[in-house]
Ligand binder design. Structure first.
Ligand SMILES: NC(=O)c1ccc[n+]([C@@H]2O[C@H](COP(=O)([O-])OP(=O)(O)OC[C@H]3O[C@@H](n4cnc5c(N)ncnc54)[C@H](O)[C@@H]3O)[C@@H](O)[C@H]2O)c1
Length: 253
C-alpha cells in the first residue's frame, strides 16, 4: 500500500526539477497527480509516462501560470472534474535571481515576488475551498534555506519571496487547522536541478557553495521529495505550521 494511496495531489511547477521528482514519487506512492506548469510539452510527456508506469495511479497535465487566479481556479476545476477531489497541494513552482540590491531593477523584484510569493498565496486560496469538500488536506510550500537565513550569493528579492512563503505557511496553518487543513514549508539548500546548473558548472562558485554546506555537497531532488511525501501524507497528521529543513546542515550553523 502506497503512502499516498487514494490521495489526489496538484504539484505546481511539476514538469521538471524537484517538481518532476515529486510527481514521480507521489505516483509511486499511489497518488493521482495533476502536474501544473507553463512547460506544456514537457508536462504532457511526463504525465503520460507516469500514467503508464505507475501503480494504479493516474496522472494528468494542466497548464498553469501561478501568477494568475483565473488559471489557478481552472486548474483546481480540472482536478475536481478528473479525480473528484483535492487532498494535497504542493506549491513548488519558483524562479531564482542572483544580484545585489542596488543592481535590482524594480521589475525583477516584481517578477520573483509574483511567482514565488503571490503564486503560493493564490494556490492556497484556490485550493482551500476544494479541500474543505474533501474534509481536509495538506498544503506543502517549497521555500528555501534562503527563506530562513541571509546569504550574500542570492538576491534580496529571492530571499524576501521565500521568507514570505515561510510566514504565509504559518498564517494558513493557524487559520485552517480546525478544518483539518495542514500547511507546512520545506526549506532546501542548493539542490541539483537546472536552477543551480550555472553555479555548479562554475568551479569556483561550486567550491564556494559546497564549503558552506556542512555535508559538503549539493542535495538531490529525491532528498527533498521524501520530505514532501511525508508532509503530504497522513504520517504527518499532527504536523502543521512547521518548517522542515532539507539543507545538509546549512541552517544548523
Ligand atoms: N534548486 C535549488 O537549489 C533550490 C533550493 C531551495 C529552494 N528551491 C525551490 O524549489 C522549487 C523548485 O525549484 P527547482 O530547483 O526544481 O527549479 P527548476 O527551475 O528546475 O523548476 C522550476 C519549475 O517551476 C516552473 N515555473 C516557473 N515559473 C512558473 C510559473 N509562473 N507558473 C508555473 N510554473 C512555473 C518551471 O517551468 C519549472 O518546471 C522552487 O520554488 C525553488 O525556488 C530550489
Amino acid at each position: 500500500m502506497g503512502r499516498l494511496e487514494g490521495k489526489v495531489a496538484l504539484i505546481s511547477g511539476g514538469a521538471k526539477g524537484m517538481g518532476e521528482v515529486e510527481a514521480r514519487m507521489f505516483a509511486e506512492q499511489g497518488a493521482s497527480v495533476v502536474i501544473a506548469d507553463i512547460l506544456d510539452d514537457t508536462g504532457e510527456a511526463l504525465a503520460s509516462e507516469l500514467s503508464s508506469i505507475s501503480n494504479n495511479a493516474r496522472c494528468i497535465y494542466t497548464h498553469l501560470d501561478v501568477r494568475h487566479m483565473t488559471e489557478w481556479n481552472a486548474a483546481i476545476e480540472t482536478t475536481i472534474d478528473t479525480f473528484g477531489q483535492l487532498d494535497i497541494l504542493v506549491n513548488n513552482a519558483g524562479v531564482t535571481s542572483r544580484m545585489m540590491l542596488l543592481d535590482t531593477p524594480e521589475e525583477d523584484w516584481d517578477r520573483v515576488l509574483d511567482i514565488n510569493s503571490k503564486g503560493t498565496f493564490l494556490g492556497i486560496k484556490a485550493a482551500i475551498p476544494a479541500m474543505r469538500i474533501s474534509g481536509g488536506g495538506s498544503i506543502v510550500n517549497i521555500s528555501s534555506q534562503m527563506g530562513l537565513v541571509g546569504g550574500d550569493f542570492s538576491s534580496p528579492q529571492y530571499q524576501a519571496s521565500k521568507g514570505a512563503v515561510r510566514l504565509l505557511t504559518k498564517s494558513v496553518a493557524i487559520q485552517y487547522a480546525a478544518e483539518n487543513i495542514r500547511c507546512n514549508s520545506v526549506h532546501p539548500a542548493p539542490i541539483e536541478t537546472d536552477m543551480t546548473a550555472g553555479m555548479r558548472a562554475d568551479k569556483e562558485k561550486f567550491a564556494d557553495m559546497t564549503r558552506r554546506i556542512p555535508m559538503g555537497r549539493y542535495g538531490k531532488p529525491e532528498e527533498v521529495a521524501y520530505a514532501v511525501v511525508y508532509l503530504a501524507s497522513d504520517e504527518s497528521s499532527f504536523v502543521t505550521g512547521s518548517e522542515l529543513v532539507v539543507d545538509g546542515g546549512w541552517t544548523a550553523q
